[in-house]
Each structure stands twice: as structure tokens, then as C-alpha cells.
Design a protein around this ligand. Structure first.
Ligand SMILES: [Zn+2]
Length: 461
């Protein structure tokens, strides 16, 4: 953190997301008590067992589906008596949140994965669309984040206000401790307007609105991305004329893309001229697209005080994939941002914490989530071993955050590059073989395919 007043402002911003102490559950104690996440990691984790026990019991008692899973596994809260028992907690595959039925059974499904009772929605029709359902719950204070993998199936993750505030709080702590945080910085978000969409990547990067002054935030794409938009984009509509219509509607036109990129380049040049600090955040393919445009025009900027935060993966533009190291060099060459001011984040809809890289490019695991690496029989592996990533996340009240992902990772006991405490993810996170690609960057990249390209021939995602 760069200044005293910045630090003060940061604390004030965190306070806004902290409930009054007399309303704290053990989960709030675990999240809001540690002053620092990565300073004294052991101390920051002191309250985690109580939080996990509290959350596990809550989902066991109030989530119909999860209760069944526990019954099948023969696990009850009574058996979770110390931190050594935490690994007995039944985990759900992330596919669980994709396993929704179509049509008007969707609402019922949402009720069964939701812990406790959903707010009572009101719909004009008997068969509301996903988007109508998402909008109505937004109005009632329940946000349903969505993302989509290569299969075209969405994942839907419902969060009540309290659970969503915890996501924001945890992510903000990571930004404040791992990046050079200054609340008066300018921000460029290479995403659709987060106030208009529940697409995961937009919601997560939209936390910028809690970290920075909204009048200093520039959003690159002023449009609403709905599930219908994405389904049309994936050519799931029937009939040829429908398909043609969908194609015309559901790709962002090259002209809109070009204008958006030129506006971003203009902001970069203004920041250089006025010596302003910028934070540029978004999926790497988009930043690459902008840098390519600058390269073609022979322009560069020098922004030594600015920072980059990429996230969402590369998936859709696999052919353009650059190893992170090469990409960082390109950022330094074209934007004049030094490598240690380049950060990448690994995040997913299902997890309340984000894994943000430090100046040494290792992704730090916050003390409010228990990371696990599993072998093919789902037995836990130790540090330095490659396996399938799983986690125990006590923060969400609205769904069980005990989840096995399809991502392949390696966890190191501590960061090889910095002095912060706690485990880190190794630089590269990839998908397990046989698991569909995931990622919001994939969705965004698909939206930006140039005219004339045939969607159906491209690997989706
Ligand atoms: Zn580090």
C-alpha cells in the first residue's frame, strides 16, 4: 500500500463489507479478524476450524442435496471434531453446479442446490428464462453468477448478499496485500460492464468498484451479456434463418471492438502524458489484442507506475497462447509496465477466494480457504505434487463450497520469490486431461471473433 491515507481508505472500504460484530458467525470471525492475510498465515488461520465446522453443519442441515451426499458418505457433523477431520467433509465435483434441468424445472433445481430458502421470486410467465430468473433474484438480493465451459453448459452459483460481500472482502484483502494498492488510481476494465451482467469474470473484476472511485473506472465494453446472448452465440438455436439471425446479433462487431480498443489506447496515452497510475484488468487475450493493434501502428507507451491484472485464462485462443513469461515481456515492451507489476489471478465462480499472484508471479492462497491437491482416487497429495485442485471454502452460506475442480495444479508450501507467508499455486494452472475447458476468457474471446469466421469450425471454448 503506497500511502497512509490510501491505507486508511482501504480499511474504510473493507469496513463497508464487514457486518456489525454482534452479528458475526464463526465464519465472519475467521474472515474479518486477521489484520493481514499473508503476514502471519498460521495466526490468520486460527479461526478456520470453527468456521468450517459451522458452515459444514449449516449445509448439512439446510441443503437437501448436500445432506443426501453426506448420508451416502456416512458423515455427520459429530464426526468433525478437530482440524484433522476436515478432510472427511464430502466434496462435490464442480459439475454439480452444471447439472441443471432445462425449462421450468430450472427454478426447482436452483432451490435444491441453494442452502436455506431462496427469496420468493415473481415472474410474469410460467416459464421464465434463465435471464429472467437471474434478473429477478438480483432484485431480491441473491446474485446468480454464471460461467460456461466448452460443453456450452452453464454453471450457476447463487449467492446471498452476505456471501457475496465475503467474496469481495477476501478478494480486496488479496489485492491490498499483493498489489500496489492506491484507491485514487485510474482503472481500465477489459470486460463487459459488471453492473449489467452476472458473468463471473465481469462480477469478479467488478470488485474494482469497491476498491476504487467509480468515476476513475473505465469499462471497455458497454453492453449486457446474458445467458441468451451466449447461447445464441453458440449457435444452439434451431433452424437456419434463426441461426443466421443469431450469428448477426451475437458477435460483437469488429467496428465496436475497434472503437473500444482505440478508446483504451487513448486512455493509455493520456495516462502516459499526465503521469497517471493505471490498473489495467481483464482476460489476457483482450490485452493482447490491444497490444497487437499498438504494435501494428508502431505505438508504445511508458507506464512504469501502472499495473496489470489478468485473469480468466487463455482457453479459446489456444493458438495465440503465450506462456505467461513471454506475455509479461510483451507488456513491458509495449506498455512499459515492469514485470513485477504484472499480476495474474486464478479464480472460479465456485470459490469465494481468488488466488492472486505476487510480484514474483506465484499465486498466493488466502488463509480463508483450505486448498487440497488430489490424486486420481481423490486421495490428498502433499506439497510439490501435481494433482487435481479441490478446496474447502467456508465462506458461502448459500451453497456448499466443498468442491473438486477439473484443474491441474501444484501447491508449494511457501512462495519461492517473496517473504509473504502461506502456500502458493505454481505459476501455470491447466485443465485435467478429459475435463472440458472452462473459462470466462473463452466466452469473451468467442464473442470477439471477427466477421466471416465460421463459429462451428472453431473449437468451442
Ligand atoms: Zn510471492
Amino acid at each position: 500500500m503506497s500511502s497512509v491515507s490510501g491505507e486508511k481508505q482501504g480499511i474504510q472500504r473493507l469496513m463497508k463489507l464487514t457486518p456489525p460484530k454482534d452479528q458475526w458467525t464463526p465464519v465472519d470471525s475467521a474472515l474479518h479478524t486477521p489484520k493481514m492475510f499473508f503476514c502471519n498465515y498460521k495466526k490468520a488461520q486460527e479461526r478456520m476450524f470453527a468456521a468450517i465446522y459451522h458452515t459444514f453443519k449449516h449445509h448439512y442441515q439446510n441443503n437437501f442435496l448436500y445432506h443426501r451426499v453426506c448420508e451416502v458418505n456416512g458423515i455427520t457433523p459429530d464426526q468433525i471434531t478437530s482440524e484433522y477431520d476436515v478432510q472427511k467433509i464430502p466434496l462435490l465435483p464442480d459439475a454439480f453446479f452444471k447439472d441443471y434441468p432445462d425449462g421450468n424445472k430450472f427454478l426447482h433445481w436452483l432451490k435444491t442446490i441453494f442452502t436455506g430458502s431462496l427469496p420468493k421470486p415473481f415472474f410474469k410467465s410460467n416459464n421464465p428464462s434463465y435471464d429472467e430468473i437471474i434478473d429477478e433474484f438480483n432484485r431480491k438480493g441473491t446474485s446468480i453468477m454464471f460461467t460456461s465451459g466448452t460443453s456450452g453448459r452453464f454453471s450457476f452459483i447463487p449467492r446471498d448478499t452476505r456471501s457475496w460481500n465475503r467474496v469481495k472482502y477476501s478478494a480486496m484483502k488479496s489485492v491490498m496485500e499483493l498489489m500496489d494498492y492506491n484507491p485514487t488510481d485510474q482503472v481500465i476494465l477489459l470486460i463487459p460492464d459488471p453492473r449489467q451482467t452476472n458473468l463471473t469474470i465481469a462480477s469478479l473484476f467488478g470488485i474494482a468498484y469497491d476498491l476504487y472511485d467509480p468515476s476513475n473506472i473505465h469499462v471497455a465494453l458497454d453492453m449486457k451479456i446474458t445467458t441468451q446472448f451466449l447461447r445464441m452465440q453458440r449457435d444452439e438455436t434451431i433452424g437456419l434463418s434463426e441461426k443466421l439471425k443469431a450469428k448477426a446479433l451475437a458477435t460483437i462487431s469488429p467496428l465496436v471492438q475497434r472503437n473500444s480498443d482505440l478508446r483504451v489506447i487513448h486512455l493509455l496515452e493520456e495516462a502516459e502524458k499526465n503521469k497517471k497510475r493505471l490498473n489495467i484488468a481483464g482476460p489476457p487475450f483482450w490485452l493482447d489484442q490491444i497490444m497487437e493493434r499498438m504494435k501494428k501502428e508502431g505505438t508504445t507507451v511508458r507506464l512504469p507506475e501502472s499495473q496489470i491484472l489478468t485473469g480468466g485464462g487463455w482457453k479459446a485462443e489456444e493458438n495465440k497462447r503465450l506462456p505467461e513469461e513471454l506475455f509479461r515481456e510483451k507488456v513491458t515492451e509495449i506498455l512499459g509496465i515492469p514485470e513485477e507489476r504484472y499480476h495474474d489471478v486464478y479464480a472460479m465462480s465456485e470459490c469465494s477466494s481468488v488466488f492472486l499472484s505476487c510480484e514474483g508471479h506465484y499465486k498466493h492462497i488466502p488463509p480463508v480457504v483450505i486448498p487440497l491437491v488430489l490424486d486420481e482416487n481423490l486421495n490428498p497429495l502433499g506439497y510439490e505434487q501435481v494433482g487435481r485442485f479441490a478446496f474447502i471454502d467456508p465462506l458461502p452460506d448459500s451453497y456448499p463450497g466443498f468442491i473438486i475442480t477439473g484443474d491441474k495444479v501444484k501447491i508449494l508450501e511457501r512462495c519461492p520469490k517473496c517473504n509473504r507467508e502461506g502456500p502458493v499455486l505454481d505459476v501455470e494452472v491447466t485443465r485435467m486431461p478429459g475435463f472440458e475447458g472452462r473459462g470466462c476468457a473463452a466466452i469473451m474471446a468467442e464473442l470477439m471473433q471477427k466477421d466471416g469466421e465460421d463459429h462451428s469450425e472453431l473449437p468451442v471454448g
